[in-house]
Design a protein around this ligand. Structure first.
Ligand code: FES
Length: 682
C-alpha cells in the first residue's frame, strides 16, 4: 500500500489503513484486525460480513467520502438481497471493494466479539468469544493420482482457509463424513469447538452452507432448584430461561443430608446421579421447546454447582465431602462430552464445561459468582452473598479475595416455613406492617397492586393468595421486628403485649396473622414462632459466614454488599439489614446482582477466555472452611438476635429505629412491659 492508496477507516474500532483500489472490505478488515465476522470465508453466502459504509464529510477523521467510494452493488449482493433481504445501506464486506477514501461501520451483529449487555444493575458486558463456531470450507475432491483420505483433505482445507488444526474425529462423525462431503459437492459447514487451549474438535458437519444458529446452555445446578439459560452462541442472546426443582430433594433437603443418604444407602449416590441427570435432560428438552428450537442444535453446556452437586452430577460418590478434610475428587475445571453426563437430549457431540471448585465446601457456583461479580477487581471492600440453600460468600478487593460457603438451609427459599412457597403467582413477595394498627398490606407475585388498593381482590382472583415466598418472609419478619411485634430475641408477642389480635396464641407461642382467606376456601397465612426460628437459623449462618471472612480480612465493616442468588434481586436491603442477614453498611451501598452464579455460567459459555480467567482467579482465592472453624459457632450464636446481640448497626439505627422490647415473660418483662420499654435508638 502507498500514501496514494485510498484511506479506509473502520468504526467503532477507529482502525485505519490504506489499501489498493479494488481491495475487498473484508480483506482490509482482516489485515487491520477489525472484528468483522465471516462463516463462508468471503464466498458471499453467509452475510455475516455486513457493513454500513458512510458517505460525506468526516472532519473528525479528516476525510470526505464520495458516493462511489465502494464498488457498485454486485450480482452476489443483489441475489442475497433478493432472497434474504439486506438492510438499507448495508453491503456485504466480502463483495464490496474499496475505490476511494471510505468510512465503514461494522454493526454489532457483524462483530464476532460483540458485547452483550447483562440485564443486571451493574450493566457489565460480556464479550462474545464462544468456543464453538461455524466455518464453511471447500474440500479438495479425491484424486486417483494423489490418494488421500477425505478426513485428511478436510483437515487440510480447514487449515488453509481458517488456520484450524483439527484433531481426531469421533467415530459417529467419521461415519458421516463421506456422504456429507459428496452431498455438499465438496463444500461443507463445520461446527468447530476451539477451546482457549486443548485440541480443536469437530462437533458436526453439514453439506453446503449451514446457517445455524447453534446454541449453548448455561446451567446453575443448585441444591433446591436448577436453572438454565439457553443462549445463541453467535449473538449471546438469551432465548429462554427455565428452571426445575432439583429432584434430589427427595433424598434430603440440604447437602449434608444427601451426603448422608449416599453414606447410609448402598448405591444411593448413583440413584441421586440418575435423578439429577434425568431432570437435566427434561430441563434441556423443555427449554428447547419453549424457544422452539431443535435440542440437537445445543452443542455446549456450562455447569456451575456446589461441590456435592458437582460430584453427584459427575457420578462421583460425595462421601469424602461429608467429613474433614472435605477432599474433592478434583478442584480443577472439567471439559468433557455432555453425553458423559448422561445429557442425551441435546447434540450427541455436545461439550460440557464445569467451572473449577474453590474448595471442599466452596464450589463452582462460588467461582461463577467470582467471575460475574469480580470482587478482586474492586477498590471497595466488597461482600458478595449468593443466597440459596447453601450461601456462597466472597469478600475482597484488589488486594485479596476470600471465600466460604455457609449452610443456610432452604428457609430463604420458602421451605420449612409454615406458609412458605416457591416464588410463583399468588405468593406474597412484599409486605408492610402499619406501626400503629399493626395491620399488614402486601403484594403478591403476578399483581402490581397492594392488598389495600382498590381492585386488588379482582386482580388476584385467578391466582389467589397462596403463601409467602422467600423475599416475602424476610420482609414479614423484618416488619414484625420494626413494628414491635417481635423482640430482639425473635419472640412473637401476645395480643396483649403487642396490642393486636393478629398476634394469636399458637400452643405455647404466638403467630402473626397476615391474611385469612379461609372464608373463601383459601389458606390462613400466618408467621409462626417456628418460622421466625427457621429464619433466625438461616440468617445467623449467613451472617456468621460473612463475619468469619471479615475476621480473616481483619475488618469490622465492609464498603459494599452485593446480594446475589435467584431471589437475591428481590430482597429488600433494608429488611435484610433489620434481620441482620448482612453486616451493617450504608443502604445505598447494598445492591442486588440477580442470579450471579447463573450469569457467571453464561459468561463462561460465551467467552472462552473467561474460562482461563476464572481458573486462574480461583487459585488465588483464600478458602475458609466454616465447618471446622470454631469461631463460626460463636458468630452463629451471637447473630441469632435481630439484628445482632453485640455487633453495632449504626447505619441501620440511623435509618430504622428498632423498638427495644422483650416478650420473654419468664425473664420478668411482663405483658405490658414490652410496650412501655419501647424507645427509639440511634
Ligand atoms: S463473508 Fe460470508 S457473505 Fe461475506
Amino acid at each position: 500500500m502507498s500514501a496514494q492508496d485510498p484511506l479506509v477507516i473502520f468504526t467503532p474500532s477507529g482502525k485505519r489503513g490504506r489499501f489498493p483500489t479494488g481491495t475487498p472490505v473484508l480483506t482490509a478488515a482482516r489485515q487491520l484486525g477489525v472484528d468483522l465476522d465471516s462463516v463462508c470465508g468471503g464466498r458471499g453466502i453467509c452475510s455475516k460480513c455486513q457493513v454500513a459504509p458512510a458517505f460525506g464529510e468526516f472532519s473528525k477523521h479528516g476525510v470526505t467520502v464520495a458516493k462511489d467510494a465502494l464498488s457498485e452493488w454486485n450480482a452476489v449482493e443483489a441475489r442475497y438481497d433478493e432472497k434474504r433481504g439486506l438492510k438499507p445501506g448495508r453491503r456485504l464486506g466480502c463483495q464490496a471493494t474499496i475505490q476511494s477514501d471510505i468510512v465503514i461501520d461494522v454493526p454489532p451483529e457483524s462483530q464476532v466479539h460483540r458485547q452483550v449487555v447483562r440485564k443486571a444493575a451493574t450493566e457489565r458486558v460480556i464479550e462474545m468469544d464462544p468456543a464453538t463456531r461455524l466455518l464453511l470450507v471447500d474440500v479438495a475432491e479425491p484424486d486417483m493420482h494423489d490418494p488421500s483420505g477425505d478426513l485428511q483433505r478436510l483437515k487440510a482445507a480447514l487449515h488453509a482457509a481458517w488456520q484450524v488444526e483439527l484433531g481426531d474425529l469421533p467415530l459417529p462423525l467419521l461415519a458421516k463424513l463421506q456422504p456429507v462431503l459428496r452431498k455438499g459437492g465438496w463444500q461443507v459447514t463445520c461446527a468447530i469447538f476451539q477451546p482457549a487451549d486443548g485440541p480443536v474438535q469437530l462437533l458436526d458437519i453439514w453439506p453446503g452452507y449451514f446457517e445455524g444458529p447453534l446454541y449453548g446452555l448455561a446451567i446453575d445446578l443448585g441444591s433446591t432448584t436448577m436453572a438454565a439459560h439457553l443462549c445463541d452462541l453467535a449473538t449471546g442472546t438469551v432465548l429462554a430461561s427455565s428452571g426445575l426443582m432439583n429432584p434430589q430433594i427427595r433424598f434430603g433437603e440440604d447437602l449434608m443430608s444427601r451426603v448422608s443418604y449416599a453414606m447410609m444407602n448402598p448405591g444411593g449416590d448413583a440413584e441421586m446421579t440418575t435423578a439429577v441427570r434425568e431432570a437435566l435432560n427434561q430441563l434441556a428438552g423443555e427449554i428447547a421447546q419453549e424457544a422452539e428450537i431443535d435440542p440437537r442444535l445445543i452443542v455446549e453446556t456450562v455447569f456451575v454447582c456446589n461441590p456435592v452437586m458437582h460430584h453427584l452430577l459427575l457420578g462421583i460418590d460425595p462421601v469424602e465431602l461429608g467429613q474433614a478434610p472435605f477432599a474433592l475428587a478434583t478442584s480443577d475445571s472439567l471439559s468433557l462430552f455432555a453425553s458423559e453426563l448422561g445429557m442425551d437430549a441435546i447434540h450427541p457431540q455436545a461439550r460440557s464445561y464445569i467451572l473449577p471448585c474453590i474448595a471442599g465446601h466452596v464450589g463452582a457456583d462460588a467461582a461463577a459468582v467470582a467471575l460475574s461479580e469480580a470482587p478482586g477487581e474492586q477498590d471497595d471492600l466488597t461482600l458478595v452473598i449468593d443466597v440459596g440453600t447453601n450461601a456462597e460468600i466472597l469478600l475482597g478487593n484488589r488486594s485479596r479475595v476470600l471465600a466460604c460457603s455457609s449452610p443456610t438451609g432452604p428457609a430463604f427459599e420458602g421451605a420449612q416455613i409454615s406458609s412458605g412457597q416457591r416464588a410463583a403467582p399468588g405468593a406474597i413477595e412484599r409486605i408492610e406492617i402499619d406501626p400503629e394498627t399493626k395491620a399488614p398490606r402486601f403484594r403478591v407475585i403476578g399483581c402490581d397492586l397492594w392488598s389495600d388498593d382498590p381492585g386488588f381482590d379482582a386482580a388476584t382472583a385467578v391466582t389467589g393468595i397462596t403463601g409467602i415466598c422467600g423475599s416475602g418472609i424476610i420482609e414479614a419478619v423484618a416488619e414484625m421486628r420494626m413494628t414491635g411485634l417481635l423482640d430482639a430475641s425473635g419472640l412473637i408477642g401476645s395480643a396483649e403485649q403487642t396490642g393486636t389480635s393478629r398476634c394469636e396464641a399458637d400452643g405455647r407461642t404466638h403467630s402473626y396473622l397476615v391474611h385469612d382467606g379461609s372464608a373463601d376456601g383459601g389458606p390462613r397465612i400466618t408467621v409462626t414462632q417456628g418460622d421466625i426460628r427457621a429464619i433466625q437459623l438461616a440468617k445467623s449462618a449467613l451472617y456468621a459466614g460473612a463475619r468469619l471472612l471479615m475476621d480473616e480480612m481483619g475488618v469490622d465493616t465492609v464498603d459494599r454488599v452485593v446480594l446475589a442468588g435467584a431471589f437475591g434481586a428481590h430482597i429488600s436491603p433494608k429488611h435484610a439489614m433489620v434481620l441482620g442477614m448482612i453486616p451493617d453498611a450504608p443502604l445505598n451501598k447494598v445492591t442486588s446482582a440477580g442470579n450471579a452464579a447463573g450469569t457467571g455460567a453464561r459468561i463462561a459459555l460465551l467467552n472462552r477466555a473467561s474460562r482461563k480467567e476464572i481458573e486462574t482467579v480461583v487459585r488465588q482465592i483464600t478458602k475458609v472452611e466454616t465447618a471446622i472453624e470454631p469461631r463460626f459457632q460463636e458468630h452463629f450464636v451471637a447473630a441469632n438476635a435481630l439484628p445482632h446481640a453485640s455487633d453495632p448497626f449504626p447505619n441501620l439505627s440511623a435509618l430504622v429505629p428498632l423498638p427495644d422490647l422483650s416478650f420473654n415473660t419468664g425473664g420478668g418483662d411482663g405483658s405490658d412491659g414490652g410496650r412501655r420499654r419501647r424507645r427509639r435508638r440511634g
